[in-house]
Design a protein around this ligand. Sequence first.
Ligand code: CA
Length: 507
Amino acid sequence: MGATLDGKDFPVAVVNDMKEILITTLFAGILSAANAEKEKPNVLFILIDDFGWHDVGYNGSEFYETPRIDELAKTWMRFDNCYTPSPMCSPTRTSVLTGKNPARHGVTQWLKGADYFFSREGEEQVVYCPGPHSSGIEDSEITLGEAFQEANYDTAFFGKWHMGNLKATGGPNNHGYAVQKAIIEANSCRLFDCAGYFPNKAKKGDCFTDLLTDEAVEFVAAKRDNPFYLHLCYFAMHDQIKSKSELRERFEKKAERLGIRSETALDDYSHQPHKLHQDSPEYAGELYNLDRNIGRLIDALKEAGQYEKTIIIFTGDNGGRSTVNKPDATSVIPLRGGKTFLFEAGLRTPLLIHWPGHSQVKLRTKEPVSSMDFYPSLLEMAGLEAKPDQHVDGVSLVPLFQGKPLQRDTLYWHFPHYQGEGSYPASAIRVGDFKLIYNYHHKDVLLFNLANDPRESKNLAASMPKKAKALEEKLMTYLKENGAYLPQSPTLQQKRKRLGSRKKSEN
Ligand SMILES: [Ca+2]
């Protein structure tokens, strides 16, 4: 009488063989699961602050020099139309971590800038819109860090946080990042007076960009059992711009050699002077040093044998600042606007993605994408399950690596606040090549066809009223359906806050 497997009779020897096969198969299965865990790709997310689309050599900058970043653009996937969901720090950073539009996650303004003073000769503040979540990112969000922590990744957050102070939000440690270092809560970092962020490792005069890279190099090269996810946020190129003296001198000479003139032009929307040329040796020197640090980090990954095991996203949190209310601004020409504006230059920033085994030389896309897309993209690239209830406004960018388009035709922006650069509270929508900006202050709209007017110089609202109306209605429906906080008439108290001298911008 033989033993039975699944109720059938087999000779004992056969059953023993089958048991062996079963055990071997089972063991192999466990081993391959363990290997799969070990073979999961690492993730390195690099965020640059106030990073103009035209700040890099590969997008046409002639005065600045970014040789290491330009080198990456040759072999990584290059995105020509990467939009940030806000022209401002805190909202975009929260969108990256939540996969949601600022209209939905509620951090619509830099923290805490909802009470920004507005005053311009001949104009008064007419609307007011405090952020409903002005204390920062909510505990109820399942962040990108938490998603990777759940998947047994070693998670870390280094550098600028700016999603609410550590007391209110608990900081990165409370949002999925096991290790946190050199955390900048807001915008109080002085690039060369930052030793406090690196206890026992730095002295006055050392550069924050260099020190932050040192920490990142140490982290990515460490021996570990689990894959890692490092969220690395530089403070460069945020105001105050400051270069190492030898680099500033190098670009002073270059500016002289090229005969670069400092010129501005008044924009008829902001009524502020914007820079016509990239002309600041201070900005060029700081950017060159940042570029060297990006190169150093990539070299460290290669030396540690991790480069081909690491997905790397390199991007900015909003466009460059072009208004000269700050010294050493950049120029955003050939685009319009700059930081705080919903014109292209406020929203567009460089994006490069390295996905080992999928990035190809000369692979480049013009498809409009958003920083909200990184959450679902990284989950899919790492082979983790999507969290569709969380990253509701993002879509995975994986189809673009396969030469397919995204299944999305509309992007929305919501920045309902005044800012010192001359921007008005506004929301915007892009469908196909058409983009509409609704200005709450003047209650009017601007309509552009980006296909033949990327500089947004020709307002088509009067000549295409049906198109403008349809886009405006679609935008307002989206905002209302998703609980966006809309600007209202200010109370006397809210208006009174704005009387007095112009408050210094700290966004
Ligand atoms: Ca920023």
